[in-house]
Design a protein around this ligand. Structure first.
Ligand code: GLC
Length: 786
């Protein structure tokens, strides 16, 4: 308690300066060329340099023992065979691939990484790599005044992390998240540097507690870990999208989610009875507010025992799930890792008999207090345990459930340290490691177990998984929400850079609790938050026990109307959003993007934290303050069209725009294409027709890949999808549109109507070389194109 008062800054509290026992790696003794790199003997052990591709190079060194090329479970590849030459040049060793050059200065060892034109990406200067007696390992790199830093997974604060110091240690933080809150639920030890318009990345694959320090020194940044090997990958870029492609080549990409998972989700801690859930669904249907998912938080269970339903509150879950599915609404239950210590409970019994729980080296099980009381925790580092837990999900899939919500999987424990004892020894498939080393991957491995189990049981249907905790690679299994935020305007503001940085960290399917989880929300906040949520990849309204209810109608008609409008808008935009999810699946480029991703040479975008892009041609500039109806919007080069009024704004400038409560400022770049479907009750209703909005712009060109598949199976992996590629080119008086198709999928929609916005009178429309006539209606021109 005293730490919360001024006592915290009592003069006697000043920390003793620690004696620095930092040691450098030392000199290079010998270099031997290997298949895709080199093995370098140094005074402090062997450094392996291995190219994974021309544009990805890995550095591994263990100053405390033998260096190994083992990887964490984040990695999905051992790399491709890469042509590398090794030679000596001006007293330095040079390793080159087609896209990267690695220079090693020999005494002491210093690494410089450049592109083939000599542009330096990563450089060690006065300090290089080193270690401490405590087994801490540290890497210093030079920091240029022009450097901007992004990624780091889930962090509070602004978009650009220059000047920050961040720790990766999966943590359950209910206390209000603020700019000082450091470790949150996810640990993504990866970042992207943007320097003079060019990007490169570093992935520090170390599962111990890691620290990224961009604050302590003026000309160096560092990344360090409490233990383990120096083990990092340099990703060549040169564009931010290239870096994401490279990072997700290593750690994997999100599968295309089932369509229902990108609709609107309604949650509450908790909808406590079957009756309450049915009434909730009924209200949505009666009010005509679209809905795809209702969540069951911990109250659905029998005494918070996972894989059970409370028989009194939920007498017939199967019927409930069936009835709701008929209305296009799915149920997603919460599943936490803690298993109640109860000898009469079948999961606990199986866990004990099968030796599935986390234990100390001495053999005693670790117990911790969570919702069900004293609980044991499955050891997800063991593949046998993951399989067991995954199979247990048949309990849910047999009831018709297709989505699972994993929470408290840092793992969270109600104690001083907030987690499991770091001395616990994980099985790790026969290579035992302490919890101190594997803490950060507990949630990732639970995700693997749950996703794989569900996938198997759903017989070809796509499962949906939502998780709170994760490590690099979590995108392969789960969507991520940003945990226990509050109904504060500041938290709405904070969610934008947080979700953008998650996207820049390979996690495109992310979002914050709309309306705020804890604290009482209010009508205005919920409207503004829903406006943002409608364009954020994961769109769920969730609120906590004991605080104001937060369903769309909770604050009266005026607000309900505005909220409904934006949930409907989400459904209208689904074909566009789904196409962007497919792009994220194929390339790693996120759905929700900071402007710097599309305009890396424009300095105005480098720390733009209150605007974002959806794809490459739409800017969302939400209002995120109470009683405010104006804001400044930055629009980069080009001309931009107000989505609602069609007013044209010149880019490369800041504009003051007005947005009353019903308006979310949306800007579409001239020359681009937007695809809309129709407003619908749920994604279960298919579009019969799509509308292609083309925003004319003199001397512009762009392209859009409309993606479609069955929305529910993995057949897209076998080519059963449709990709319609639209290229548009506008001149003074002509719009030429070329359309080509890839893939074999036959969509449900039978027609695409083209609406041209803002074109000059008497322009000609040429589609695939043929002139096509249009009809003028109000200010736009229309025609059916497919
Ligand atoms: C945690 C979760 C929250 C959930 C609650 C009860 O606080 O972050 O979303 O509602 O636990 O399960």
């Amino acid at each position: 308690m005293l730490e919360d008062s001024s006592f915290a800054i009592h003069p006697g509290q000043k920390k003793q300066m620690q004696t620095p026992d930092y040691k450098e790696i030392g000199n290079v003794l010998k270099v031997v060329k290997t298949e895709s790199g080199a093995s370098v003997n140094t005074e402090s052990g062997t450094l392996f340099i291995k190219f994974y591709r021309d544009d990805i190079v890995r550095f591994v060194l263990n100053p405390f023992g033998e260096t190994t090329l083992c990887s964490s479970p984040a990695l999905i590849t051992d790399g491709e065979k890469t042509e590398v030459t090794v030679c000596e040049k001006n007293g330095q060793i040079l390793l080159s691939s087609a896209k990267l050059q690695v220079y090693l200065e020999k005494s002491p060892l210093r690494i410089t990484i450049a592109d083939p034109d000599g542009r330096v990406l990563v450089k060690e200067g006065a300090k290089g790599m080193g270690f401490k007696e405590s087994k801490e390992i540290i890497c210093y790199k030079e920091m240029e005044p022009e450097d901007h830093f992004y990624g780091f997974g889930e962090k509070t604060g602004f978009l650009d992390k220059r000047g920050e110091k961040m720790t990766m240690w999966n943590s359950d933080v209910y206390a209000p998240h603020n700019p000082e809150t450091d470790s949150l639920y996810q640990s993504i030890p990866y970042f992207m540097t943007l320097r003079n318009g060019f990007a490169h990345g570093i992935f520090f694959d170390n599962t111990f507690k890691t620290t990224f320090d961009f604050r302590s020194e003026e000309t160096n940044y560092s990344f360090s870990a409490e233990g383990g090997q120096i083990n990092y990958y340099v990703l060549a870029g040169p564009t931010p999208k290239d870096v994401l492609e490279q990072y997700t080549f290593l750690t994997g990409r999100m599968p295309i989610p089932p369509k229902w998972a990108i609709g609107y989700h309604q949650s509450r801690y908790s909808y406590e009875t079957e009756q309450e859930v049915r009434e909730l669904a009924k209200t949505f249907i009666e009010k005509g507010i679209p809905l795809d998912v209702i969540y069951l938080d911990i109250h659905y269970m029998d005494g918070y025992r996972v894989f059970t339903f409370d028989k009194e509150r939920f007498p017939n879950p199967k019927q409930l799930i069936k009835d709701l599915k008929e209305q296009g609404i799915r149920i997603v239950p919460i599943v936490d890792p803690g298993v109640k210590e109860d000898p009469e409970y079948y999961i606990y019994q199986e866990g004990i008999r099968g030796d599935h729980f986390c234990k100390y080296i001495e053999g005693n099980i670790y117990f911790g207090d969570v919702w069900p009381g004293n609980s044991a925790f499955p050891d997800f580092t063991s593949s046998k345990v993951r399989k067991w837990w995954g199979e247990k999900h048949r309990f849910y899939s047999d009831l018709g459930i297709e989505g699972i919500w994993n929470d408290m999987n840092e793992p969270a424990v109600f104690n001083e340290t907030k987690t499991m004892d770091v001395k616990v020894m994980h099985d790790n498939d026969g290579d035992p490691r302490t919890h101190r080393e594997l803490h950060n991957i507990y949630g990732l491995m639970m995700g693997e177990s749950t996703y794989s189990g569900m996938k198997k049981q759903l017989n070809g249907k796509r499962p949906f998984l939502l998780t709170r905790a994760g490590y690099s690679g979590i995108q392969r299994y789960a969507a991520v929400w940003t945990g226990d935020n509050r109904s504060f305007w500041e938290h709405l503001q904070m969610s934008i850079p947080m979700v953008m940085n998650l996207g820049l960290s390979g996690i495109p399917f992310a979002g914050a609790d709309v309306g705020g989880f804890a604290h009482d929300s209010n009508g205005e906040l919920l409207v503004r938050w829903t406006q943002v949520g409608a364009f954020i990849p994961f769109f769920r309204n969730h609120s906590a026990l004991g605080f104001a209810r937060q369903e769309p109608w909770s604050f009266g008609e005026k607000y309900e109307k505005a909220i409904k409008k934006y949930i409907e808008l989400r459904y209208q935009w689904l074909p566009h959003l789904y196409s962007l999810f497919a792009e994220a699946h194929h390339t790693g480029t996120p759905v929700m993007r900071p402007l710097m991703m599309e305009y890396p040479k424009d300095e105005n975008t480098y720390n733009l934290s209150d605007q974002f892009m959806v794809g490459d041609n739409v800017i969302i500039a939400p209002i995120m303050q109470p009683s405010v109806q104006h804001r400044v919007v930055y629009l980069p080069e080009g001309n931009w069209v107000d989505y609602w009024t069609e007013e044209v704004f010149e880019g490369g400038k800041h504009h003051l725009v007005k947005a009353d409560l019903n308006k979310l400022p949306i800007f579409i770049k001239q020359g681009s294409i937007l695809v809309h479907g129709s407003v619908k009750r749920s994604t279960a209703i298919k579009d019969e027709k799509l509308t292609l909005h083309l925003y004319y712009g003199k001397s512009t060109s762009s392209s859009f890949k409309l993606y479609e598949d069955d929305g529910s199976t993995f057949e897209y992996e076998q080519g059963n999808y449709l990709r319609k590629i639209f290229h548009v080119k506008c001149t003074k008086d002509e719009i030429s549109l070329t359309i080509s198709d890839e893939g074999s999928y036959k969509p449900e929609w039978k027609e695409i109507e083209l609406i041209v916005h803002g074109a000059p009178e008497n322009f000609a429309l040429i589609i695939n070389g043929q002139e096509k006539s249009l009809q003028k209606k109000e200010n736009n021109w229309r025609t059916v194109i497919c």
